[in-house]
Design a protein around this ligand. Structure first.
Ligand code: AMP
Ligand code: MG
Length: 404
């Protein structure tokens, strides 16, 4: 059977009918990384009053001087008590409200102040005033659904909002399968390795706005796995299993998921790394014997055990689903870049995503020994895509890389 093309696998995930997530209001200082679940409109003009963009002297442009009587001083936060009269100026600080009648600030360096009189030394070509509403008018759309970045938190604070409505975080279970695995901090016996996928996947979940729930390691034993998966399915919106998903004798994940009543939506994708990837849906009501109809299905990924594969498959398939579960559409960050060297391969059956470096905006290879070579990822800036059937990407050609 031909492998499922990764674009088709992604289209299947993006085409899922997913109910809009429930939402909650959170204080702004807990909003970072959360999915905004409302349209935020400007409650006021920004700035709400015309203000000085420089330290200097506020004058009327219709009153060219070259000298003015100093009538008052306005600091940021002061409200002007009266309008400017002809022949007058006001000493004004950056951010202070312009007095009525003034429409220009002569920067302090261009003037001399003596005995209550300010004299122009150098012509001031600019108005140096930020007009009311220059940045936003009341009712303008400021932000819509998106993952809130630090600058968005700043924007919301600048509007005076103390709380925002965000999507509830999806509960994402992480469970590593493999009798060879030990957790970091434990001693290794011969033949054992550390479970890196568990904490790596939890970190990826958190970075993508989910709430990670770590179930630890389950040995390669179908009844132990069945018990752990049954429980996790009850508790999670999305379950990430790692390992045990290929064709080996001890790869119990597909069978256990079937036994749990999950519907396998795809298994095996034409992507390198990550061919064994499995994706399934589990309907709570069918398994729980006609439970509440409002209960949502849980989704399950069987990630390959190899840690680079697990990482890449998360980026390519899990992240878009996690975004959907938060009411968002995920678009990876890409950059168009020139290849500083040629990239070759022998086997071109699958779409390949190869970790690469970006050096002065150009794509360079890094030492990479394949899907078990996890530490290579720490030196990677991006993933380079080679389409199925393509054996050579030539030096000097341009391509879109996916930024990590
Ligand atoms: P599997 O997909 O279970 O056949 O595992 C493929 C390879 O990945 C094997 O070398 C496993 O030892 C390794 N592996 C499986 N799970 C993990 C994990 N959680 N952390 C690191 N390596 C793993
Ligand atoms: Mg295994």
């Amino acid at each position: 059977m031909p492998l499922l093309h990764p674009d088709k696998a992604l289209a299947l995930i993006e085409g899922l009918t997913i109910e809009p997530p429930r939402s909650e209001r959170v204080p702004l200082d807990q909003a970072l990384g959360r999915a905004l679940a409302e349209e935020v409109l400007a409650p006021e003009d920004s700035p709400p009053f015309p203000k000085a963009a420089m330290d200097g002297f506020a004058v009327s442009s219709g009153d060219p001087g070259p000298s003015w009587r100093l009538a008052a001083t306005l600091a940021a936060g002061d409200a002007p008590v009266r309008a400017l009269a002809r022949g007058e100026c006001v000493k004004i600080m950056t951010g202070a409200m312009m007095p009525p009648g003034a429409d220009k600030v002569i920067r302090v360096e261009y003037t001399r102040e003596q005995d209550g009189v300010v004299t122009l030394l150098t012509a001031e070509p600019y108005a140096n005033v930020i007009p009311r509403g220059e940045n936003l008018h009341r009712g303008d759309r400021v932000l819509g659904p998106r993952v809130l970045a630090p600058q968005d938190v700043g924007v919301l604070a600048s509007l005076g909002l103390a709380e925002v409505r965000v999507a509830l975080q999806p509960q994402v279970g992480v469970l590593a399968t493999g009798s060879e695995l030990r957790n970091p901090g434990e001693p290794l016996e011969p033949g054992q390795i550390y479970n890196s996928n568990g904490l790596q996947a939890c970190a990826q979940v958190r970075a993508a706005g989910g709430r990670a729930r770590y179930y630890g390691i389950v040995r390669d034993d179908p009844s132990a796995l069945r018990q752990a998966v049954d429980r996790a399915l009850q508790e999670c919106d999305l379950l990430l299993l790692s390992g045990g998903v290929s064709m080996g004798e001890l790869d119990f994940v597909p069978g256990v998921l079937r036994d749990c009543g999950a519907e396998i939506l795809f298994h095996k994708v034409g992507i390198k790394p990550g061919k064994p990837t499995l994706f399934a849906r589990w309907e709570r009501s069918s398994a729980a014997g006609g439970g509440e109809p409002s209960l949502r299905p849980a989704y399950v990924f069987g990630l390959p055990g190899n840690p680079v594969s697990a990482f890449v498959i998360f980026e390519v398939f899990v992240r878009p689903l996690l975004s959907r579960l938060q009411g968002l559409r995920y678009a990876p960050h890409t950059a168009r870049a020139r290849l500083a060297e040629s990239f070759r391969r022998r086997d071109a059956e699958r779409v390949e995503l190869r970790p690469v470096r970006l050096e002065r905006g150009e794509v360079r290879a890094l030492e990479f020994h394949g899907s078990a070579h996890l530490n290579a990822l720490s030196g990677a800036d991006a993933l380079l895509r080679m389409e199925a059937g393509v054996r050579l990407l030539e030096e000097g050609s341009w391509t879109d890389v996916r930024l990590l």
